[in-house]
Design a protein around this ligand. Sequence first.
Ligand SMILES: Nc1ncnc2c1ncn2[C@@H]1O[C@H](COP(=O)(O)OP(=O)(O)OP(=O)(O)O)[C@@H](O)[C@H]1O
Length: 542
Amino acid sequence: MASSAPNPFDDPAGSGVDVSSTTDMLTAAAVLNVDRNATLTLGTDALIVLDDGLKHRRRPDNLCGLLPQLSKTTRAVPFYNILWAELSDFEITIKYAQPSGKKACKVGSIHYSVTDKSLYAHAKQWVAALVNRAYPSNTKRRKRIKVLVNPFGGQGKAQQLWTREVEPIFAAAQCDVDVEKTAYRGHAKEIAEKMDVDAFDVVACASGDGLPHEVFNGLAKQKYARKALRQVAVTQIPCGSGNALSLNINGTDSPSLAAVAIVKGVRTPMDLMAITQGSERYYSFLSQAVGIVAESDLGTETLRWMGPFRFTWGILIRIVGQTIYPAEVSIVLDSSDKHAIRESYRHAVSEHQSALDDNMTLSPDEDTRATFDTELLPGLKYGTVADPLPATFETADLPTLGNFYTGNMVWMSPDAPFFQAALPADGKMDMINIDGMLSRMTALRMLSSVEHGKLMAFPEVSYRKVLAYRISPRMAPTPSTRRVRAKIGRWLGGAGKQKQGLVAVDGESVPFEPFQVEVVPSLGTVLSKRGAIYELDPALGP
Ligand SMILES: Nc1ncnc2c1ncn2[C@@H]1O[C@H](COP(=O)(O)OP(=O)(O)OP(=O)(O)O)[C@@H](O)[C@H]1O
């Protein structure tokens, strides 16, 4: 899992925490006496249920319920897991996310009656206090969610994952949900372009990263695009193969865990990257790749039978063949000093953490970004790819470039924290360049180091923060002496019939032509677990 945060499903009662001493310190208002001689207590981070009856509860899967379950008399449910609570006719119902297996959860339910009728007012206040703990002020409760399901996403399982794993969690959390299936390529973009942005808080894409890309671009087509992109948070119910968006903001690629992260998600501004290519203008939220990553992603379609291994195989073959992807690259540089980039990332993370500890960032769930004179899209600061290159760009010709990769998020796929120093809204893009002529041994060591967060440490890896760039890719000439070898390499790598080079934007193929990109600070909005930083274990950080 991407997240370093403590497992929200850890049971404090089972992890050595002295629950009784904690509860002793709590005020009477935090405790509610209910039937079966039980008490419900609002602890520091969790709801604590003290119930002798829990010890004797029988489980249906336990010899037809004949044997008593050997459980404790205390149960703790972290507030993060509480989806909703209500009091109706002296009956209290609490719905929560209950772990089911290593990487999933399902809706659990707790029921008690308030037998002492004089406690009604107190019970009402107690339930309201529980919901307040479950949804801190920076988290909108009962979100209005437009769900888009790509029926072909994730080997056709998106619909099933939505219905089985996610819908019950949204329902338990009292979300207001409107579901629509996408019927064709580009449909999600049309839906986002036409949607009433005042009627929804969130668009949740049950898909890979293709649908979120379309939704950002559809919102950007609205008349008041800046408002649309600010008001509607885009998120992902991970149903594809990469699921980068969910890994970064929900810290998981499990649909049910992502559902809880969405229900509890905090609105988070995020930079978008404006791209011009030919006469096209659109936005990228994730990455642009030319070279080995693009080729291994898009150029291995004929190897789909290999499953996810086709990416690794594609990369290995190209490393062994020392494949190069020449290009002219011009950039507006912010920093190329890895040490400074690391320090500034760590500073941002620790500032954010201490603000969270002091509850400073728990401002109400409302947009704190400056409102602009116009709600229209901002103009391009550096012009388009068709314009003469502004003087602020520095140009280099890279005849032996191997990998050109630019992104705005840490995770590009599970186990691939490529852009370790990426932050959602630092107003900068992270750019990685690797020469294609480096030794095969070094390239292989790099490949195996990506998942351990060690890529940036290689002196051969250029890691920069940039504000804008233009790239003009070209095909590498193949010397006549190597034609046969190159052909075999292309065939083995899945690109036997490929005549052109490949460019990937957010994992989708775009023309092999020059394009220009500039960062647009905080133009988009996502829902994230912690706000202002992506989910990354510090051990994998820069
Ligand atoms: N009903 C549909 N028929 C055909 N294409 C569709 C349909 N709905 C969506 N699409 C297109 O499918 C493309 C891929 O979608 P998405 O990324 O959601 O899934 P995926 O390809 O399974 O994910 P991954 O890339 O992670 O494997 C998008 O560009 C989208 O426009």
